[in-house]
Design a protein around this ligand. Structure first.
Ligand code: NAD
Ligand code: ISE
Length: 337
């Protein structure tokens, strides 16, 4: 049976998800979309043969929508995800789950009260071949006992709507999730260190920044965030263990060697770098729903990552370490990885 999907938000990633669901993912079709940018919504709907609705609530309620993708701005995700839960419709909600831990907790409580998982978070890095290899190497003991990690997350530039704290709440939220997943532990505290600001930092942002994460198991992760680095999209990490290290580099591209120079490409943006991961994420979601299963990054993961981002914003303001305090984990999420 074909999964009929409604998409809320047809901006950059929403439109990409419509294209993927329409052309790359098996077993799904897009039947409904909504965006406050009406013209854009109609254009995207036309590419998929979908109906452009007049509200996001109408997408959730539509009889020809079995499941929903939320790709609107982060502060709208809680109300939209809770409406999907209330309608009993599975939802793939783009990150972040919310822009505050209190809002994220509202979604968590709604899903826990429903008694079954309906929400998967769009932490697509968990579907990236490179991160999966790193996780396997750590689990297989190849590097001995993992002790610490270094990571970088650089964007060439940011969209106009990007402001102040979004490098922590919208970009580094990926690292907050991926290191919880790699180390299999919560983040206990976060410190954001001021760095000399780039003269090319957009919108008055403090950019770059360094975040230091202390995992509950004692491991430490340093993460550089640099969202106006100019030269391309660059996401890397190295896990240091008691016997060696395992690294995630940019995917291999063509190498050109001429006249004493060796050069290779850098991905332009997240679309290029993580395209296979987005498609695998959506295919896994669709395949799971075909057998009545919701898996992948959960509402708990979305809540925990949002709580770390919130603590990072406080640390950014205070210039000191801030503990991450989490609510009790509902039984619904016990034993999930
Ligand atoms: P965008 O601004 O390009 O798109 C957001 C869209 O939502 C816009 O078209 C806007 O008009 C629309 N919108 C605004 N209010 C709305 C409403 N009430 N209902 C429905 N739509 C509404 O931004 P984007 O980069 O596509 O980001 C969208 C979300 O996806 C964000 O939460 C972002 O963090 C996330 N995202 C995730 C990844 C990833 O790697 N997983 C990458 C990019 C964006
Ligand atoms: C964007 O929203 C994403 O999620 C990208 O993966 C990330 O690299 C970028 O910094 C965010 O703005």
């Amino acid at each position: 049976m074909t999964l009929r999907v409604g998409v809320i938000g047809t901006g950059m990633i929403g439109a990409d998800h419509v294209t993927r669901l329409t052309t790359l993912v098996a077993g799904a079709t897009v039947t409904a979309v909504f965006d406050v940018a009406t013209e854009r919504a109609h254009q995207v709907a036309a590419t998929a043969g979908a109906t452009a609705h007049t509200s996001w609530e109408a997408v959730v309620a539509a009889d020809d929508v079995d499941a929903v993708v939320i790709a609107s701005p982060g502060h709208l995700h809680p109300d939209q995800a809770i409406a999907c839960i209330a309608a009993g419709k599975p939802v793939l909600c783009e990150k972040p789950l919310a822009t505050s831990s209190a809002e994220a907790l509202r979604v968590l409580q709604a899903e826990a009260a429903a008694g079954r998982r309906l929400v998967q978070l769009g932490f697509m890095r968990r579907y990236d071949a490179g991160y999966l290899d790193v996780k396997k190497a750590m689990a297989d003991g190849v590097i001995g006992e993992p002790l610490l990690a270094h990571a970088i997350h650089r964007n060439a530039t940011v969209p106009d709507f990007f402001r102040g704290e979004m490098s922590l709440t919208d970009s580094l939220v990926h690292e907050f999730d991926i290191f919880r997943w790699l180390f299999g532990a919560e983040i206990a505290s976060v410190t954001v260190l001021p760095v000399k600001t780039s003269p090319l930092a957009a919108n008055g942002m403090r950019d770059p920044q360094i975040a230091v994460l202390r995992m509950a198991g004692g491991e430490v992760v340093t993460v550089e965030s640099f969202v106006n680095c100019q030269y391309g999209y660059d996401v890397r990490c190295e896990i240091v263990g008691s016997l060696g290290t395992v690294s995630l580099d940019n995917p291999r591209t063509t190498v050109v060697i001429t006249a004493g120079h060796r050069s290779e490409g850098v991905p332009a943006d997240w679309q290029e770098r993580f395209e296979p991961a987005y498609t695998r994420e959506l295919q896994t979601w669709v395949d799971g729903l075909a057998v009545g299963r919701v898996g992948g990054p959960s509402t708990w993961d979305g809540y925990a990552a949002t709580a770390v981002a919130e603590a990072a914003v406080v640390s950014y303001a205070k210039g000191e370490p801030v503990d991450v305090v989490l609510a009790d984990k509902p039984a619904l999420y016990a034993g999930e990885d």
